[in-house]
Design a protein. Structure first.
Length: 173
């Protein structure tokens, strides 16, 4: 759940039937991100195939996440565009009795904002789109994993699982 919605989630989660619905919503969010992740491979392949010699040298001589930084810069917008419709579709599916994760979240945030007098009583939550939040979180997770793996490849010879990786990063030592 989005950070700004955590207080609402905590209060509602203590109500037995609502808590079960929220747990199902969290599961739906995770599955939506997993469903969209298959879109990443061709986008990453395109970005890698476009690496120039200057890009390669900057990555090789850069920080322990220079390749991740390159990939994020080249792919984030395309990944967002590819992921969001799949995530939106998944989160719009009925969970129970015509209620979807996206619809219930949107109604919950709109009600919260109305109760806050649109930010007068307490901070207004700006986005009521669970799919947008989930898409951003999914991409953040992907780049975290890519960065972690890149660090391991640079630091640990056991993670250089191809001859090319060994040749490139083994020569640094």
């Amino acid at each position: 759940m989005p950070e700004e919605a955590q207080p609402i989630y905590a209060k509602l989660n203590s109500i037995p039937l609502i808590g079960e619905l929220l747990d199902e919503t969290i599961l739906t969010i995770n599955r939506a991100a997993e469903d969209a992740a298959v879109e990443a491979k061709p986008i990453f392949i395109d970005a890698i195939s476009e690496i120039t010699i200057d890009d390669g040298l900057a990555i090789l001589n850069g920080t322990d996440t220079a390749a991740t930084f390159y990939l994020k810069g080249k792919t984030y917008d395309k990944l967002f565009e590819a992921f969001k419709p799949k995530i939106e579709n998944s989160l719009s599916k009925e969970i129970v009795l015509g209620i979807s994760a996206e619809g219930s979240y949107s109604k919950l945030i709109n009600t919260y904002n109305s109760a806050s007098l649109n930010g007068f009583l307490f901070d207004k939550i700006e986005s009521n789109s669970l799919s947008e939040h989930t898409t951003n979180r999914a991409l953040k997770g992907i780049f975290k994993k890519v960065g972690d793996e890149e660090k391991l490849i640079r630091e640990d010879p056991a993670h250089r699982v191809t001859d090319l990786l060994e040749e490139v990063f083994g020569s640094e030592n």
